[in-house]
Design a protein around this ligand. Sequence first.
Ligand code: ADP
Ligand code: MG
Length: 518
Amino acid sequence: MNVALEARHLTKRFGDVVANSGVNMRVERGTVHGLVGENGAGKSTLMNMVFGLYQPDDGEILLDGKTVHFSGPQEAIDMGLGMVHQHFKLVEPFTVLENVILGIEDAPLLGDAVSKARTKLEALEKSYGLEVNMDTPVEDLSVGERQRVEILKALYREAQILILDEPTGVLTPQETESLFEIIAKLRDEGKTILLITHKLGEIMAITNNVSVMRGGKVVAERVTSETSADELAELMVGRAVTKEVGKTVVKASEAILVVDGLCANDDTMHKALKGVSFAVRSGEILGIAGVSGNGQSELVEVITGMRAATAGEVFFDGVLTASSDDFLKADALRALGLGHVAEDRLKFGMVSDMSAAENSILGHQKDARYHKHGLLNPRLITEHCDDLMQKYDVRPPLSQLPVGGFSGGNQQKLAIGREVENNPKLLIVGQPTRGVDIGAIAFIHDRLVALRNAGCAILLVSSELEELMALADRLIVMCDGVVSGEGLPAKLSEKDIGLMMAGHKTPEHSGNVGGRVS
Ligand code: ADP
Ligand code: MG
């Protein structure tokens, strides 16, 4: 085996947290090597050490069999490493060309040097199909294009080993496909690619080998063709994972939520919603697909009484709840039977330094069942929370622990439990499994389906297509503040949805049953 990169016993601590513990990994030259693991498993930490951003507390890194010590990323870059981070590091007002040559010491930004750089960049863009206009300021580029700039930047510096940290999280399926074509091309040329992802389908599709991390350790290494997504899931979680969704046929009835011609601005007073119309019926899950940032968050905020509409109307259970004149606030909506599991749990849904028990009644603290003699009663609240924790498998089951002390998945189970136990007529769920471990995902999906089977309406906003395909009865797709398409998951391919995510119209075969219910 021709080893390009090797980690030996790498260890990294942050205070009490051991982010990497004795990590060993060998990456073969000219291959795509996958690195999978749940959130917090230690993937980014490992790669940041390899790239010279963090100094290991113990262990060593070898390139081509020789031990290297990087005191910073520049030294790693000089040795042929490149990294595209989860959050891009580009200078927004600068053009693509400027960003690419920025930071290269002997490249003064004038005359001859610039035209040489231009020629070199042009050649790179062509040979890898990484096309993006060199003279456009980065701030005017889409997320997918920015990612290309990051890749170009690494290739321009002649990276031989390219690290991509969760590169597809922000891409449409088509953009992902073209990224994978680029990766394959780089590999065919003999470059080595390290692909970090939590999406097992991607690992199976493009990698040659895969390392699985759990709890700061590499727990398994596999040749991709000799493993399966199921085995990898099990290795990531440490136990068997079931993914079945027990959906029964429920006859969807009347519309409980009607959104009609809704417009709203975002925080910077730009138009975020430009005339959105759809309806959700009792007993169905309506999924909203789209790349994050196309109006989904603002839509949810208007429906849940946290943002004003500038035009259009929202009716919930026959009551006008939002128009450009006025809107009902979260409390009033809750009293009408609206449940909400917020996309950003710790910003809207929960208070991190309050106990699980206090959080378990948040928003429902006026409910008589938590009061005795007109006062909130700690014992009643604790009992309620213990009950919830047991029913929703929240671990550890300690009702007095501050919510910030639970993992993302357990916070989410608590948040969903709280909302579901209040028997909502409509539950709005934003990104229910973001930052949630796979073990908890199946549990959360089961709960949502059970709720739907019991006749509740669910509006599910997710950027995970797989999740939407598995759960939604109907789908609408948002792009640039409008509903760009809709249809039935069974009739749509990922590709169809991806095209709609990019603004294309609904294809004929979508099985579209009409989002507007009259
Ligand atoms: P992954 O990329 O697999 O999601 P990370 O490497 O980001 O995981 O994190 C591993 C663990 O180390 C987590 O518990 C995380 O909270 C912790 N961690 C990562 N970076 C830092 C940091 N800069 N300071 C403190 N803790 C950190
Ligand atoms: Mg990470």
